[in-house]
Ligand binder design. Structure first.
Ligand code: GLY
Length: 415
């Protein structure tokens, strides 16, 4: 079959790598893809992934048999709906269902009605009421732009002044239309855990847990990023957490979505906080995690196309996982996350051992050179019998890659 994969980051390269290993896939097309995905099949250039009509038309022209959508923005723009309207199988939630990530107020409303544990929330459509609410609260303050903001629309702060200023930034247009509504949330205290599930309608099966590292620097210091590394499996989760999350969070959410006429099909990512009173939802994402996908795909023994088709048929199969461990380290550009430097020449990749996977996240070909083209540039992934073995291997590989200003954390999966 011919598969069209939409997206261009490390998550999509890992998904593409796994799809290309399926006997079922004769051609993997990527849009807009990246230099790593270009090694796996044709890249479609010149079409914006958020131009849903153009992408759907392209899928039809190329007689695509399955469309897999990686990132949230095309989902929120209605790409799954546009492709489905043409009768082409597509994996990813509809525009209406993608509001679980694309509107924090929407997600809170669904959770409240479904009885899903989450922090309290207050929604504001104009600044004065938001400021008045903050004046009555003690910190820490959680202030969010309601819509998608590429992970940049959230502030968690002890400072009332900073919280008020964030409200003004949202309403002032710093996050475009995404900030025209503001959600102030109760601060949840406890360790964070991400849970992933393969979902369709009211059915869901869990994926293996993976942990990511959000802060830029070792010891969980420095600014928040999209994620600087990951590993799987995660052995230190509370007993029964996955079952609890499925029963108390994922399935009630799916039932509520279906009852509301917004049935959900796709991967669902629940960011949880393990509070003293049990797991509570911090946020939903309507996609897989990045960089968690980069360690899940190498551990996935099932054929990804079979899994996706089982979900599309209404009965998602439980995935089979390897017993081995995977550790991933993000190699990031100088200046990431505030102002990543682009165009630095990447060297040493040819010396990375063959058993270490290299997923491209923010690279570009410049003649016969590979250069940095984003904040998170490359993901290195090693698989080993233990986390420690995989960790050692991936860090040996990281030392072989160079560009000016390259930065990475040295404590991924260090325990
Ligand atoms: N790893 C965090 C995310 O994908 O949002």
């Amino acid at each position: 079959m011919r598969v069209l994969l939409v997206g261009s980051g490390g998550r999509e390269h890992a998904l593409g790598w796994k799809l290309a290993r399926s006997d079922r896939v004769s051609e993997l097309m990527s849009l807009p893809g990246n230099p790593g995905l270009a090694d796996l099949g044709p890249i479609v250039e010149g079409v914006d992934p958020n131009d849903v009509g153009a992408v759907a038309a392209l899928a039809r022209v190329h007689a695509v048999d399955l469309v897999v959508i990686g990132p949230e923005a095309p989902l929120a723009a209605g790409l799954a709906d546009a492709v489905a309207r043409l009768g082409i199988p597509v994996f990813g939630p509809s525009r209406a269902a993608a509001r679980l990530e694309a509107s924090k107020a929407f997600a809170k409303d669904v959770m409240e009605r479904a009885g899903v544990p989450t922090g309290r929330a207050w929604v504001f459509d104009e600044p004065a009421a938001a400021h008045a609410h903050l004046d009555q609260e003690a910190g820490p303050y959680v202030v969010k732009a309601d819509g998608l903001a590429a992970g940049k629309g959230v502030l968690v702060t002890e400072s009332a002044d900073a919280a008020h200023a964030w409200v003004d930034r949202c309403f002032g247009g710093d996050f475009g239309a995404s900030g025209s509504r503001v959600v102030v949330e109760e601060f949840l205290s406890g360790p964070e855990v991400s849970i992933f599930a393969l979902c369709t309608g009211t059915e869901a099966v869990p994926l293996a847990p993976a942990r990511d590292y959000k802060r830029l620097r070792d010891g969980d210091t420095g600014p928040n990023t999209g994620g600087m590394g990951s590993y799987s499996p995660v052995e230190d989760l509370p007993d029964g957490l996955i079952d609890t999350a499925l029963e108390q969070i994922i399935r009630p959410t799916l039932r509520q979505m279906a009852e509301d006429g917004n049935p959900y099909t796709g991967f669902l990512y629940a960011g949880l906080v393990l509070t003293d009173s049990g797991p509570k939802v911090l946020e939903f994402n309507v996609r897989l995690g990045d960089p968690e996908t980069q360690v899940l795909m190498p551990r996935l023994d099932s054929d990804l196309v079979d899994l996706i088709e089982s979900a599309l048929a209404g009965a998602p199969e439980p995935p089979r996982w390897s017993d081995r461990a995977a550790v991933e380290v993000v190699l990031a550009a100088e200046g990431y996350p505030e102002a990543p430097v682009k165009g630095a020449v990447i060297t040493g990749l040819e010396t990375v051992p063959d058993d270490v996977l290299v997923f491209h996240a923010g690279t570009r070909r410049d003649g016969n050179r590979l250069v940095t083209a984003g904040g998170r540039v490359l993901d290195l992934v090693a698989v080993g019998d233990t986390i420690a073995a995989a960790r050692e291997r991936v860090y040996e590989a990281a030392e072989r890659v160079h560009w000016r200003g390259m930065q990475y954390r040295k404590d991924i999966a260090a325990g």
